[in-house]
Design a protein around this ligand. Sequence first.
Ligand SMILES: C[S@@+](CC[C@H](N)C(=O)[O-])C[C@H]1O[C@@H](n2cnc3c(N)ncnc32)[C@H](O)[C@@H]1O
Length: 238
Amino acid sequence: MKLYDELAEWWPLFSAPENYAEEAAFFARLLAEECKPAPRTVLELGSGGGNNALYLKSKFQMTLIDLSPQMLAVSRTLNPECKHLEGDMRTVNLARTFDAVFVHDAIAYMTSAADLGAAIRTAYLHCRAGGVALFVPDCVRETFVAETKHGGHDGDYGRSLRYLMWVVDPDPTDTTYRTDFAIILRDHRGDVRFVHDSHIEGIFPRAEWIRVLHEAGFEPRTLTDEWGREVFVAQCPS
Ligand SMILES: C[S@@+](CC[C@H](N)C(=O)[O-])C[C@H]1O[C@@H](n2cnc3c(N)ncnc32)[C@H](O)[C@@H]1O
């Protein structure tokens, strides 16, 4: 995916850190409520540009894992005090546990039940007894909406980015959908270029999520957050 590779340095203009303050505050509250004693250490899988970590790090000691070295570099600039590690959420093993594990929108890149199961098992492996894991997919099968959105931001020295995002589900019977991004980049010289990036993302029915979470050893439940997303709250039994 070009967005997390050759375009990674543009990530803060694609998805600005300041837009994450409210939802990160919600996740921090949820982690504090669901995890007793209060969580101190949090592992984030698929931490991307570190926009959630920017806010979570004032409350928790964050360890950030991502597949993309370029996205980790963006996050290191924003969050130099956090530990960053390159790894795949399906296979990484840090040989230690955390009070909580947080998996935000990056879970969308699990496109098969086998991949989803592997990522959930990674979360379980790293969660201490009595701890909690939060999974925040953009949608589940029941809440999927085919739609078009746009966004982007202006940066320093005249750099700007705008995008159009087009979400479709060509085959509602499988576990994937498709998001095409039309991205327009204006550099510091004023030169404009256009990039098309196509992402295949995973989508699973709520009951499949719950089944896989149980199978890994979690005690799961769901709630709907104020942005209409289904959040899976998975307790690790004491
Ligand atoms: C939408 S971005 C995450 C943005 C993040 N929520 C933030 O706060 O900046 C998705 C990230 O998932 C990462 N990713 C995709 N597949 C992954 C995998 N198998 N393991 C770890 N990270 C993965 C990508 O490299 C990308 O950085």
